[in-house]
Design a protein around this ligand. Structure first.
Ligand code: HEM
Length: 272
């Protein structure tokens, strides 16, 4: 294996595969920016904009906007970082991934406060956590929290004892990655049920009359469905992974050309 390959952080894709990859990423970007713009437009244009506790009906509007920002926009970009930043080292990608993940936290917290307020501060109050959407929502938020805890745990282990914990941390990576994709897919399912619920609550029979708002709501759900397919493909396909950073097994330092060095201190068996 040549020197150039050893020093490359990203996987080596053929020109055709690169073109397909960047086309798909471009479409994913359009969908993520599209759903974010649409939810903002919907809330401001059709649902009266934002307010805090002085008007709990409008306080609710923070809920869809911030959930989409946190779970779809920030988390979607955080997951794409490892696929996109093929030119820089893994630490830079890791820092960016963590930053985007952390950016989602205040969005999710404020959004959850807003939706609980919109139930509890109503007169009379609306019961909490009765709907399918709210149950899915609790599971999604729980999984997100778990991911955060596991992420920080492995980060602290890294700081405490980089060498001694390498094998354990390498084992955590596929679990963390799989749960990330599961959380993202669940967030999409939760959001789609949320849109359906809100459409039926507010538009009532107008929803089935194809009023303008029906199109705006359904377009957001359609963007999310397309994003689920595209992100699933981009994140699951090993063709687009960063070759050389995928630990298949930690082995002894190279004694033959069957092994390549992918990090300063650990030796991974070459990805087949
Ligand atoms: C994607 C992430 C989302 C999560 C994790 C989530 C989570 C939740 C949770 C936990 C509740 C329960 C609040 C309570 O019982 O007091 C709730 C309520 C609600 N959410 Fe979401 N939500 C998300 C996205 C959305 C979206 C995009 C909409 C679209 C408008 C939406 C609409 C609603 C509605 C109408 C309620 C009140 C009715 C109910 O409790 O089911 N949600 N959400």
């Amino acid at each position: 294996m040549g020197r150039a390959h050893r020093e490359s952080y990203g996987g080596e894709m053929s020109t055709a595969a690169s073109m397909v990859f960047y086309c798909l990423v471009f479409i994913a970007e359009i969908l993520m920016f599209g759903v974010l713009s649409l939810v903002l437009f919907w809330v401001v244009h059709y649902r009266g904009g934002f307010a805090w506790r002085e008007d709990v009906k409008l306080e609710f509007n923070y809920h869809p906007v911030l959930m989409i920002t946190g779970f779809i926009f920030c988390m979607g970009h955080a997951m794409l970082v490892y696929r996109l930043f093929r030119c820089c080292n893994k630490l830079t990608a890791k820092i960016l991934h963590t930053f985007l993940y952390l950016l989602a936290v205040p969005c999710i917290v404020v959004s959850t406060i807003a939706v609980f307020d919109s139930h509890n501060l109503r007169d009379p109050p609306i019961p909490n956590l009765y709907s399918l959407h709210s149950w899915l929502g609790v599971i999604t938020i729980g999984l997100f929290g778990l991911q955060l805890v596991v992420g920080f745990f492995s980060f602290w282990l890294l700081l405490c004892c980089e060498h001694g914990t390498a094998k354990f941390r390498a084992g955590l990576v596929p679990v963390h990655a799989t749960f990330g994709i599961v959380t993202f897919m669940l967030a999409i399912a939760t959001a789609v049920t949320g849109y359906t619920e809100k459409a039926l609550f507010t538009l009532k029979s107008d929803y089935s009359k194809f009023v303008d708002e029906t199109w705006v709501i359904n377009a957001q759900a359609a963007c999310l469905a397309a994003l689920a397919i595209l992100m699933g493909f981009l994140l699951y396909s090993s063709r687009y992974a960063r070759v050389g950073t995928q630990a298949v097994a930690i082995v002894e330092p190279p004694s033959s050309s069957h092994y390549v060095m992918t990090q300063k201190t650990y030796y991974y068996r070459e990805h087949e």
